[in-house]
Design a protein around this ligand. Structure first.
Ligand SMILES: [Zn+2]
Length: 337
């Protein structure tokens, strides 16, 4: 199906839309004994069928072959061994897998293309333009922590990418962070970016790490959404007092031992802002990554493949419809007909 047909299908029939999934590989995660490190479209579609998910927004995995694999250093180095600029390979492979290998399933997934706001933006924008002319594309995604790039660079070095998003009216999902040593993906920077660009629809991933000032501000902005991706392991991080989560003084008040009560509280307080997303396959997380001061962060967080969907299905229908369909349609298409 083409983009128009897929949009029509989505709008004509209510379904569960997962706003945050990944397919592809991460060599880096595999080489450093991380998990997960891969998922194919074929496997994602089977999971969606098992869990009753109608459509999934899908991005490549988090880093790019443009970033060198170097476990000895905390700084990202780049390489042109596999591709000429960030995500050249990953975006091409994603759309090829969806449209050329499994065209019969292309209406079930909504690809968002990855970008790096800090490096080679013109080359990226040129390819994004070309790919979106050839295949249905529904938005953009960036995970700046893992590539050590900066959200705010999207207005300067990354402007060709922002111009492309604006011209095509494509929404953007940002990986978010509140870790004091993560200057790359600050949830506060993302919500401020959304405020400066009211014509761009923005989604802050991972419940904005439960940072209440960010959630409150996002709720006041019509163009800013917050996704609930990898919700269960984020509740577990709160119980571990992780630096990856907002401190107690700035955290949304809830009983994090009970994820259902947390998600209910968030969706009652911010009914038009929250979007349901599983983060498949990253609802499970055994990884290592560096912060800006060179500290290696290591986490082991477990969650079953069906727990995120079960949590969604435990919510009353009125809330479920909003966060898994109505809000998601507004984020995806805005006022587009
Ligand atoms: Zn993710």
């Amino acid at each position: 199906m083409n983009r128009q047909e897929i949009k029509k299908l989505l709008k004509s029939k209510e379904s569960i839309i997962d706003i945050h999934t990944h397919i592809g590989i991460s060599q880096k995660f595999y080489y450093q004994f991380g998990y997960p490190y891969a998922l194919s479209l074929e496997d994602l579609i089977i999971r969606m069928e098992v869990l009753g998910i109608g459509h999934s927004v899908v991005f490549p995995f988090v880093d790019s072959a443009f970033c060198e694999n170097d476990n000895q250093s905390s700084k990202i180095k780049t390489t042109k061994k596999h591709c000429g600029f960030p995500y050249e390979l990953e975006n091409r492979n994603l759309l090829n897998e969806i449209n050329e290998i499994f065209p019969e399933n292309n209406h079930k997934v909504l690809p968002f293309l990855m970008f790096d706001p800090s490096r080679e933006a013109e080359k990226q924008a040129f390819q994004l333009e070309k790919l979106s002319e050839k295949y249905p594309v529904f938005g953009l995604k960036t995970a700046t922590t893992y590539i050590q790039a900066f959200v705010n660079d999207l207005e300067t070095k990354g402007k060709p990418i922002l111009d492309f998003a604006r011209k095509k009216q494509l929404p953007i999902v940002f990986h978010s962070a509140v870790h004091p040593e993560d200057p790359w993906a600050s949830a506060y920077d993302i919500v401020d970016f959304a405020e400066r660009h009211p014509d761009i629809r923005v989604c802050i991933a991972h419940s904005a790490r439960f940072a209440k000032p960010v959630l409150e501000k996002a709720n006041r902005l019509k163009n800013c959404f917050v996704d609930l991706s990898a919700f269960i392991i984020h509740c577990k991080l709160v119980l571990q007092n992780s630096l990856s989560i907002a401190t107690e003084e700035t955290r949304f008040f809830a009983d994090y031992k009970d994820p259902l009560s947390v998600i209910t509280g968030l969706t009652e307080n911010y009914p038009d802002t929250m979007l349901w997303g599983s983060d498949t396959p990253f609802y499970y997380w055994i990884q290592k990554y560096y912060t800006a001061d060179g500290t290696l962060v290591e986490d082991t967080l477990q969650c079953d493949f069906n727990e995120e969907a079960q949590l969604l299905n435990s919510l009353p229908d009125g809330i479920k419809d909003r966060i898994a369909y109505k809000n998601n349609i507004r984020f995806l298409f805005g006022s587009e007909n």
